[in-house]
Structure formats: structure tokens, C-alpha cells
Write a protein that binds this ligand. Sequence first.
Ligand SMILES: [Cu+2]
Length: 499
Amino acid sequence: MNRLIKWIIAMGIVSIVIGLTFLLFTFAPGRGMMGDGSFMGGWNDGGMMHDNGSMGRGNTVDLVASNEPTQPLPIPKRLQPDRVTDEALYYTVRAERGEHRFFNQGVSSETLGYNGSLLGPMIELPTGKTVYIDTINQLDEPTSFHWHGLVIPGEEDGGPHQLIAPGEQKRARLDIDQQPGTLWFHPHPMGATAEQVYLGLAGLLYVTDDMSSSLPNEYGVDDIPLIVQDRLFTDDGQLDYNRQMNIDGTIGDTLIANGAINTTFDVTTKTLRVRLVNGSNARNLDFSLSNGASFTQIATDGGLIDQPVSLETLKLTPSERAEILIDFSDLSLGDELALEADGISFTTFTVRSKIVQNRDWTDAFREAPVANESSEADRRLTLFGVSHMVTIDGKQFDPDRIDINVQQGTTEVWEIYNRDDMMGGMTHPFHIHGVQFRILERDGKPPPDNEHGWKDTVAVAPGERVKIKMTFRESGTFMYHCHILEHEENGMMGQLNVK
Ligand SMILES: [Cu+2]
């Protein structure tokens, strides 16, 4: 009997030791069972690829400066409407396969694009007008056309419910009724969003007004878009999502701006307006200027900020946008100034001719700021987890379940809590479809000055509680989710029904 008890105790200790060892090797940072951070170091030097580095925790691959020869920054074409009437504009957008060569020396990569081989055109959406977009899927797999940041009914939103089969076509009706701002469009099919965006599906939406603003607004001259993305290329210069996919967010070591590596732009005006889009699948980007000078942020995701804010660095998480003004008045002919992300330069501005004075833009901000008065939360949402175990309120996405019901026209305050885990967790960029919101509080304090504007995506750091406030003007079913695209694919998404 005594011997039996000893044997049971011994076996118990052995089981505990085995269990702890298993836990340590499964969850310790940099020690994924299938290879993660610790192996990814190899990706930086020479692009050695490994099979799915599939247990990462975000930014484990460092950005590196590319030694590619410079090339002029591509400016996405402004899409010409097929037809314009007094009340409406008609456009056509095709998702298609293409080929694109990213490197001077290297082979072409298979890519995806809208009306072209990579990324898409800029589509102007005049506020007050109805815009019809004929969306055509020329891919050999389902896709959808999601109008990120637009306040439109759920059935026009282009989320996972509005799939378009290969070869099919659907007309979206967008009644534009919101502030001018820099929005974007991208696919949203469950299970394929991350790969389709990675391979090139993303385009710009500019909500515009009657252009009475005094801000620089000559497209491609003193007002330029920069869709900034990180990518990892194979040795011969191709994109290969399936080899690079990381379940905590696929990140790369090379920055592309409007689809190109090491770009240059010739500045001709004193002030340059840059519309930044973090179009990365998962990487947070800290933007700064190479000379350490400050720049002025003038807009957030969904429109002009209440008051311009001078900054030396600006963080954007995936899908966040910001408009900034860069001042070149102290630079001389031939001078260069680079825009950097995480200290890595990706677009160099060169003063090629004597720069001309823009109009005085400061009167664009005459309107009184919106008061960010805080109030009690109507709902509390909890983000949690990493890798395949990412949840919102303990649940993973179920297309047959409505998680939140809201009455159309109501205003609500939500508190988004990012519950950290033993390892510290990850920042989740939280996005809601069909609304623009205001950030009321971060951990009980007012948000920083550069977040006093309309937002559709908010970064929530581990352990942080963020209060946001919005009015649900449009009816239908909308998604809310983490905009790390691989977290969204893993189910970090819920459904909101407004009626
Ligand atoms: Cu996330």
C-alpha cells in the first residue's frame, strides 16, 4: 500500500514536469512549436524563407533599408467616372490578377490589383452625391469590395456577406454623406482577406467636398497619397503569401510606398500634403522625417482633425490613416528630405526647383473643435489573445451569430479593453464598419491631441481601455474586428446589427 502511494506521487510529479515543459515551449516568446521569432532572424539577411513561421507575436522581423536604385514615386491614377449626372457618378472597378516586378534585378511577381496589376486607382467620392460603382471580380476566387470608413448601409458595405463570385459583377450604391477624408477600399472575404491584400488589393477613396478648402489639394503635385506597406520577398523578388504567412500577422522587412521600393518625389511647393495609409497586414509604423524636423498632422482616419498638431513622430497601426503637412521652406534647391518608418527611409523628397508658396491653409481649421466629453460606457468589449486564440468577448467569429444589436440613430459609448496575457499581449487595431467615431478616453485620460478627430480604427495597447463614441446612422449588419488581417482571419471579429 505504502509503495503504491509513493508510485502515484512520483507519477504525479513526472506529469507536472512534462506539462510545465510543454507549456514553456508552446507559449514562451520566441519559442513557437512550429518555429517563430527565433527563426525569423534569418529572414532579414538574404531573404531565406522558412515554411509558415506560424507562432509569432507580431513585429518579429525588423525593417531593413533597401539598396534598390531609387525610382519615382508612383501616383495612383485618379479613376475617371464612366458617367456623371447632376446627382450621381458612375465608376467601374475590377479586381484582377497581374504581374509586377518589384526589383530592378529580379523576376516578375504574381500580384493582384484593381484596374491594374498592383493596388488600385484613387476614387473621388464627392460628399452629397450618389456614387455607383460597378464592381467586377476577374479573379479565380471569391472576393468582396469593402469601402473602409464609409458611413453607408450594411448591404453596401462589402463585408464578408457581400461576396462576389469569380466572373460576377455587382453594383454598389454609395450615398456619400460625411466629412472629406482619406479612406480606402480592400477585399473582405472570410479566409482570403489577408492574402488578397498582401498580394496587392487596396485602393484609395477620397471623400471630397467642393474644394473650397485652402489646404494643398492639387493631386500628385502638392497633395500626394502614400500607401505604406511592409512586404517580405523571396530570393528572386516575388511575393509568396503562403510561405510567409504568420498567424499573428504577416510582416516583412521591406517597405513599399504606393507599391514601389525606395521612391523619390520632386517637391515644387513650400508645403506638401501627404495622405498616409498604413496598408500593412499587421505592422505598426512610426513615421518621422530624416532630419528630425516636426510636421503637422491635419487629419485622422475620417476627416480633418479639430486643430492641427505638430509632431516629430506619428504611429499608425494597420488601416489607420493620417494626413500630414511637410514644410520645405527652409530647404534649398537640391536638398533632400526622407520620410521614414521605424527609422527606415522609404520615400525621399527632393527640392528640384524653386518652391512656390501655397495658399495660407490655417483658415481650414476655423470651426470649433468637437468636445470630447466623456461619459459612462454603454457597452464593454474585451479583446484577448494571440495567434489562433484571438477573441472578442471570449468568442470567435460566427457568421450565423449577431453579437450586438443597436437601434438605428442611437449614440453609444463603447469601452474597448485589451486584456493582456502572461506574455504581455499585442496591440490590436480595432475597426468598426459603417461608422466614424470619436475617441473619448485612453485609460481614463483624454486621448493625445492628434486623436481629436474622426476615426474608424483605434489602436488598443495591451492592458489599455479605450472609450469611443459613435452614432449608428445606417442600418444593416456590420463587422467589427481587429485589423491585423491574420487576427481577423483567425476569428477576431464580431457582428453588429443596426435596425
Ligand atoms: Cu489583433
